[in-house]
Design a protein around this ligand. Structure first.
Ligand code: THU
Length: 163
């Protein structure tokens, strides 16, 4: 029997002003995107923004549905929107934020499991890591250098190959 462990490097910044300008700009875009959330059921407004290899920023927000499972998280709305418009351009980073029902959010949230799987697909598709900037509307900000650090032992296209 062997033992191993998984280490996830995370940088923690006290506020948006401590981030490098590119990350701060992306987080601000995500914060603005919360205003476009359609979240009448959860009242939990999530905003995401991605930076692409061509320098463009695309943002998105959660879009809910009376049939709850039909709702889509902000991360997947944003990745799909970016991919629909710029299918051949890699995603280099994503910022994620939220405002809860009380109008606050002072600690980071991580992407849900399905969104982690989707982020992993984009990393694999473009052969590069996606930097993650996770913050609320206030409080500390967590920065990870690659999204798949949040999905150890991920299932991917390699597993579908027969040989
Ligand atoms: N949500 C996201 O948009 N992203 C996540 O990573 C977590 C959850 C949304 C889905 C739903 O509209 C609301 O937050 C509450 O779960």
């Amino acid at each position: 029997m062997k033992k191993t462990s998984i280490h996830i490097p995370v940088e923690i910044f006290p506020d948006v002003n401590s981030l490098v300008p590119e990350d701060a700009e992306l987080l601000e875009a995500a914060r603005q995107a919360t205003e476009h959330a359609y979240a009448p059921y959860s009242r939990f407004r999530v905003g995401a923004a991605v930076r692409l290899g061509n320098g463009k920023i695309i943002s998105g927000s959660n879009q809910e549905n009376a049939s709850f499972p039909a709702g889509i998280c902000a991360e997947r709305v944003t990745l799909s929107a970016a991919s629909a418009v710029f299918p051949d351009v890699e995603v280099t980073s994503m910022a994620l934020t939220y405002i809860n029902e009380s109008g606050s959010g002072n600690k980071p949230i991580g992407p849900c499991g399905i969104c982690r799987q989707t982020l992993a697909e984009y990393e694999q598709r473009f052969g590069r890591s996606i930097r993650l900037i996770l913050g609320g509307i206030s409080g500390e900000i967590f920065v990870l250098s690659r999204a798949t650090d949040l999905l150890p032992f991920a299932f991917g296209s390699e597993e579908l190959k027969t040989h």
